[in-house]
Design a protein around this ligand. Structure first.
Ligand SMILES: Nc1nc2c(ncn2[C@H]2C[C@H](O)[C@@H](COP(=O)(O)O)O2)c(=O)[nH]1
Ligand SMILES: [Mn+2]
Length: 232
């Protein structure tokens, strides 16, 4: 059991506590475990139930702002539209198929870790540690028994995104932010401006590629016109 020792000194003694580190194996849904615990484990169905968690888990950012679970998009909804947006890249130097693959796997760890927002108390370092441990678990324990090549490709695509090692990963990082902002605007319009995700737009400064910057500027201009029209 991996753990971290912490101690708090008080006036008359030192209280030490051993906090258990978060590990993916302690958070595998029972619906996945039932396939892995079979006499003949069915890794394919176990994996597909992990992917099911992405289809049913709603993105935390919307829930934080009081949106209902019913109307909030799921993690896989977000990755699907990012994959479609990846097909629209016009830069001939970009391998769009590679972008689509990165988009489809970049948040895969959230199936077990959950969707941690940039404002969550957990913090970036612990978020990345949990996601890294989870991707190792999913790739080595679930995907590899089904397809060694798929396990390698998915881990490679995920690491590429994390480390932004390729031009394609750079584009997908931008598309991750752009897709979020498109979703913000869609929800703001649906709620006639009663919902306002202005805080999310601080991420605009982190968008680096010219093409996605251009898309984002057009989105922002339309959003500004929408909100201006509400106060006419
Ligand atoms: N409460 C806030 N949540 C935010 C903000 N910016 C993004 N988010 C949400 C959106 C997603 O639920 C999650 C991150 O998504 P990834 O695609 O990066 O996994 O965080 C914000 O400013 N406030
Ligand atoms: Mn994402």
């Amino acid at each position: 059991m991996s753990s971290v020792k912490t101690s708090i000194s008080t006036s008359n003694n030192t209280i030490s506590a051993t906090a258990k580190l978060w590990e993916p194996k302690d958070h595998i849904p029972n619906s996945v475990k039932e396939f892995l615990d079979l006499t003949q484990p069915n890794y394919l169905l176990g994996l597909l139930n992990v992917i099911q968690q992405l289809k049913i888990q709603k993105r935390t950012g919307w829930l934080d702002y009081g949106m209902s679970v019913a109307e909030s998009e799921s993690i896989s909804d977000h990755m699907y539209r990012m994959s479609i947006i990846s097909m629209l890249i016009s830069n001939p130097n970009v391998n769009r198929d590679k972008c689509m693959r990165i988009a489809l796997v970049h948040d895969m760890a959230e199936a077990i870790v959950g969707d941690i927002t940039p404002v969550d108390a957990i913090g970036k370092e612990e978020k990345h540690r949990r996601e890294w441990e989870t991707m190792k678990y999913v790739c080595n324990e679930l995907i590899k028994p089904v397809s060694e090549i798929a396990a390698r490709e998915i881990m490679e695509a995920w690491l590429d995104y994390e480390r932004i090692e390729s031009l394609e990963a750079r584009y997908v990082k931008d598309i991750d932010k752009y897709e979020l902002l498109v979703q913000c605007f869609e929800y703001e319009k649906k709620h006639n401006g009663k919902l306002n995700f202005q805080d999310f737009f601080s991420t605009v400064e982190n968008i680096k590629t010219d093409e996605v910057i251009k898309w984002t500027k057009e989105l922002i201009s339309l959003r500004e016109k929408f909100f201006a029209s509400l106060y006419k």
